[in-house]
Structure formats: C-alpha cells, structure tokens
Design a protein around this ligand. Structure first.
Ligand code: CTP
Ligand code: CA
Length: 225
C-alpha cells in the first residue's frame, strides 16, 4: 500500500463488479456453465469497499461469503447479469467485468426435462449479449474494465478486446500458466490501457485485487469520465 491507498480514498464513488460464472438452462434440471470460482471478482469488491467505495457485486452462482459492506445481487443467466449491470452502471463511476459469462445460451429452453432418445443430440445455441461492451456503450459510461483469460497470444487477444469493446482497461491473464487458473487462490495479471501497460506478478487474489483497484483509481482520476 502506498499513500494513495488510504481508507476513504474511493468514498463517493460507486463501483459495479461482475463475478463468477453464468448458468444457462437447457431444461428444468440442466444447464451450461463453467468453472469460474468468483474469487477474483469478490476480492476486487472487497478491496474497493475497503477504500470506501459503494460496491455492487453482480454475481452468478458461487460459493463465497459476501465481503462486509458489499451489496450483492445474485443472478443466474447472462441476460439477468446484463439487466442488473446496465441498471447499476448508469450511476456508477467504475465498472469491472470479472465474470466468466457464458458466450452462448440454448436458443430455446425446453419446458420439460429433455428425454434421452437417439445416439446424438444437437443443441442450437444463441450468442449471449456482451455485457461489458454494452456498459461501455452507455451514454455517460463508467470507467469500464474488462478481463481477458487467454491460453495463447495473450497480449494480442487482450488488446483486441480492449479496442473492440471500447474499454478503458483490460486485465489479461494467461490461464494456462500454473497458479493462474479459474479456481486458484493466486493469479497474475497484465493490465493494458490505450497507450500503456503494467504487469502485476503472481500473488494472492486479494493482494492482486488491491493493486488492480489502485491502478484503476489512478487512471480514473487522470481521465474522469
Ligand atoms: N464478457 C461480457 N459478456 C459476455 C462475454 C464476456 O461482459 N457475453 C466480458 C468478460 O466479463 C470479460 C471480457 O468480456 O471482462 C472478456 O471476456 P472473454 O470471454 O475473454 O472474451 P469474449 O469477448 O467472450 O471472447 P472469447 O471468449 O471468444 O475469447
Ligand atoms: Ca467468452
């Protein structure tokens, strides 16, 4: 922690953070999802709250305690996560998209349990809306930060997402490196913004979240939205 890390330095700011996976139903008993633990998003919420921000945590199904003082909104699907994100982002200063949103949902959810019949079953999938891009496209959009979990060409893909989604910052992590994974308690990130980057080496997710919150608040101060 340096001098800018003092308690209360984010007071008056509202931060909205998405975390965890989304869950996309196939029928009344089944769903498509992923292994996101939500740990990184919860750590960011805790770090921002500690510095005095009003924090909303929009999260998919995760097994984690809510950080003290954080307003938690539980959702299941990407569509629900988008609704709450857009609603809350309209009056927020900072939006951090940490969730591992399912890229697709089934085109039509079966109203009854799907019965087993032929050897092969084809599901028709429909692309989900891009939540972070829709927040960045708002009038008076907050300072919008995305994540990019990649297994190869990390910098190239992360910079592509920064520009395509019109973000102020993207946090890239190489999920194929040991200790950098979805369920790990540790992580490392390289932050990219238009015209710069910084690498935050492997450490606990809470420690990393504190450094990330500090970097966001510095950039946000320099370029108030
Ligand atoms: N994201 C989102 N809504 C989606 C998909 C992704 O808000 N429907 C956000 C994630 O929360 C993350 C960023 O976009 O902050 C990048 O997610 P990622 O899955 O890495 O990128 P995609 O654009 O989905 O591209 P791909 O999965 O093909 O790499
Ligand atoms: Ca994706």
């Amino acid at each position: 922690f340096d001098a800018s890390d003092k308690v209360g330095s984010l007071s008056g700011q509202t931060w909205v953070i998405t975390a965890g996976p989304t869950r996309e139903p196939l029928d009344p008993v089944r769903f498509i999802s992923n292994h996101s633990s939500g740990k990184m998003g919860f750590a960011i919420a805790q770090a921002a709250k500690r510095l005095g921000a009003t924090v909303y945590l929009v999260c998919g199904p995760v097994k984690l305690p809510t950080p003290i003082g954080v307003e938690r909104i539980d959702v299941e699907t990407a569509i629900e996560m988008q609704e709450h994100s857009l609603r809350l982002a309209k009056t927020a200063e900072v939006f951090v998209a940490c969730a591992a949103v399912a890229d697709y949902r089934v085109a039509e959810i079966a109203s009854q349990k799907i019965k087993k019949s032929s050897e092969q079953l084809q599901l028709v999938l429909q692309k989900n809306p891009d939540i972070v891009a829709s927040v960045a496209a708002l009038n008076n959009a907050p300072f919008t930060v995305g994540f990019a979990a990649e297994t190869e060409n990390v910098e190239e893909y992360a910079l592509g997402k920064l520009h395509k989604k019109n973000l102020q910052m993207i946090c890239a992590n190489n999920v194929s490196a040991p200790g950098h994974g979805f369920n790990s308690d540790t992580n490392a990130l390289t932050l990219f913004w238009p015209g710069g980057s910084v690498s935050l080496p492997l450490t606990s997710k809470l420690n990393l979240a504190r450094q990330l919150v500090e970097q966001i608040s510095k950039k946000f101060k320099k370029s108030p939205q």
